[in-house]
Design a protein. Structure first.
Lengths: 348, 293
């Protein structure tokens, strides 16, 4: 066991390494395979984008890594290694160990700033609480740190705002408060689970700039989850595309955007509006994602894929290396990449 | 509002009016104010009993038995032993309010703590605690309380013990339900994600968000406990004679109900007044807290 762990431990330039992560959720309808064989590594000071539609397992992956999935009904298997806890599988951490890791090493910001702040606590108290969670500080230092943080995330008149309750804040301001709480103990890894989905476009841009700025200043690694490929493309060093609980394509941002190799990624990119062809009809992906209960064997995207052939439905899927650090879960990736392969599918 | 105002200013004015209403909500919550006033007056009156009446509630006056209300010197009359009923109701109120606060307070705290733990811990601990709660719920409540008091021996303290043993279950169930709901909320996940201790997540992030539901129920329960205290007193299982507990007074007066109605009726009116007070506070709290959401 120890040897196996030593082999799969994180490399020097990595902070987090996830291998063969599965998360199952028991429901009345059966067991949902919410996360299915997800492997990736997160390098120091990089932003990894995770993109996919609702229900593709993005949030569950983050929550599993944070140890936040309720158990029961959810359980996970796999190997998760973190540079700050060499030789340990994070999935096996319990109680105190997990609590000391959260916030101080791994932290998370949530999708809905409206509900992620405690409605009955003053904002200042919530930040002070986050500051004090992993440090011994007197009340005065605590307050000073909290003020610094609120100031740092761009809350105007922070001293006065400390006494306000969350309902007195706008969505953007609340997300700033949550970011301040999440970085209060200088975590190494920040999971940002759709941090801007609930915000309007202007505020979205401000929040993303703030995250980018903080990530650079602190040298944090960040996992940015979004269903918005535009946001991901703009922010991330590497991108993982998720579909039906699996990573279907993983590459650095440049490669993924210029030579996408999985039909799902290609379809996603084709469905983005662009400024050159304003009147273009936007192609959508026909069909809906599969149910993750009693999953059919074979490629999960096959039923919606224009290139699917009979073998795809029987294929025991795996990630195939198609280039330098470019992984694709598609056995017809060459066809998918060939120019013209998608012509017959295009719309007038 | 005048017509020449620009739309923005109009909107602002409307918002300010709404904010004003919000602030005025406590003041305008007539139910809560009336309830608190009733209870406040009763509490002050029972505590200030020696100032309000010259009589000792247990002093027998064989010369003036069964004096009707409005007899000079005895505003609410006297009972079969010539004891002043007004004095007995005032002093007896101390016992009944003690039952309301003592019994309800302890079960409120204990039940809430148990429910909070049960809901937060989940798993087998939750199952075990909730099955125990189910077991208690399966017994007829009054019969259980009477059985426990009868077993321990009739006294006010044993009545407390019986209520403590049986009443926490409602609080545990209410708190547990809301805790399970709150546990899935993002602010609780966020608190966990920041590495807060379980005790902190429970006490500072979940409890304040569930306590309002329990408080509202506690007001109803307090009325129930007064009635229960009175019922046990009536059955001779609560306060012992000659202590002027309201239920015991009603029981004492039942032989005279046709000739001297005031012996039983007036303590009953006192129970009704306190009950209405608690109910109004419960309703008022519910309004106040509901409006917060």
């Amino acid at each position: 066991m120890t040897e196996a762990i030593a082999i799969s431990d994180v490399a020097p330039d990595e902070v987090l390494r996830v291998e063969g992560l599965h998360t199952f959720i028991r429901t009345e309808g059966g067991v949902v395979r919410a996360v299915d064989d997800v492997s990736f590594s997160l390098r120091r000071s990089e932003i990894l984008g995770v993109v996919g539609e609702s229900g593709s397992g993005k949030s569950v992956t983050c929550r599993t890594l944070m140890g936040l999935m309720p158990s029961p009904p959810a359980w996970s298997i796999g190997e998760v290694h973190y540079a700050g806890r060499p030789g340990r599988n994070l999935l096996e951490l319990r109680g105190r160990e997990l609590q000391q890791l959260r916030g101080a090493h791994l932290s998370m910001i949530f999708q809905d700033p409206m509900s992620a702040l405690n409605p009955v606590m003053r904002v200042g108290d919530q930040i002070e609480e986050a500051v004090a969670a992993h440090a011994r500080l007197g009340p005065r230092d605590r307050r000073r740190r909290a003020l610094e943080l609120l100031d740092r995330v761009g809350i105007p008149a922070a001293a006065r705002r400390m006494r306000a309750y969350p309902h007195e804040f706008s969505g953007g301001m609340r997300q700033r408060v949550l970011i301040a709480a999440a970085i209060a103990s200088r975590p190494q890894v920040l999971f940002a689970d759709e941090p801007t989905t609930a915000l309007d476009v202007i505020i979205q841009d401000q929040i993303l700039s703030l995250l980018l700025e903080l990530q650079r200043d602190f040298g944090m690694s960040m996992v940015l989850v979004s269903h918005d490929l535009g946001v991901i493309a703009e922010m991330c060093d590497r991108i993982a595309v998720m579909y039906a609980g699996q990573i279907v394509e993983l590459a650095d941002a440049q490669t993924l955007l210029t030579t996408p190799s999985h039909p799902y990624t290609i379809s996603l990119l084709r469905s983005l509006p662009d400024s050159e062809h304003r009147s273009r009809y936007l192609p959508s992906i026909v069909g809906t994602p599969p149910q993750l209960i009693d999953v059919e064997p074979g490629c999960r995207f096959a039923p919606r894929c224009a290139l699917a052939v009979e073998e795809c439905r029987a294929w025991d899927t795996e990630l195939i290396a198609v280039g330098d650090e470019h992984l694709v879960r598609c056995r017809r990736h060459e066809e998918a990449r060939r120019p013209g392969a998608w012509q017959e599918q295009s719309f007038v | 509002m005048n017509a020449t105002m620009n739309p923005g200013a109009l909107l602002l004015e409307r918002f300010e009016a709404r904010a004003g209403r919000r602030r005025g909500r406590v003041r305008r919550n007539a139910t809560l104010i009336v309830g608190c006033s009733i209870l406040g007056i009763v509490i002050v009156a029972t505590l200030a009993a020696p100032l309000l009446t010259p009589y000792n509630p247990n002093t027998i006056d064989p010369l003036h038995p069964l004096a009707p209300p409005l007899t000079p010197g005895h505003p609410l009359g006297t009972d079969q032993f010539g004891r002043d009923i007004f004095a007995r109701i005032l002093y007896g109120g101390r016992i009944d309010l003690l039952i309301a606060f003592g019994a309800t307070g302890v079960t409120l705290v204990a039940g809430t703590a148990i429910g909070l733990f049960s809901g937060y811990a989940g798993g087998w601990a939750d199952s075990v605690i909730m099955r125990i709660v189910d077991l208690f719920f399966a017994f007829p409540f009054f019969v259980l309380v009477i059985a426990i008091v009868a077993m321990l021996g009739p006294s006010i303290f044993n009545m407390f013990v019986a209520i403590w043993l049986t009443s926490w279950i409602s609080y545990a169930r209410i708190t547990r339900g809301h805790t399970v709901l709150a546990k899935g909320r993002e602010y609780v996940l966020a608190a966990k994600a920041l590495g807060y201790r379980h005790s902190r997540v429970m006490l500072r992030h979940i409890l304040p968000n569930v306590v309002s539901f329990v408080l509202i129920f506690a007001m109803v329960d307090a009325v129930g406990n007064i009635l229960l205290g009175a019922a046990l007193g009536f059955l001779g299982l609560g306060a012992k004679p000659p202590s002027p507990e309201w239920g015991a007074m009603i029981a004492d007066g039942q032989n005279y109900i046709l000739s001297s109605w005031w012996l039983s009726t007036l303590p009953g009116v006192a129970i009704v007044i306190v009950g209405v007070g608690f109910s109004l506070i419960g309703d008022g709290l519910a309004d106040l807290l509901r409006a917060d959401d």
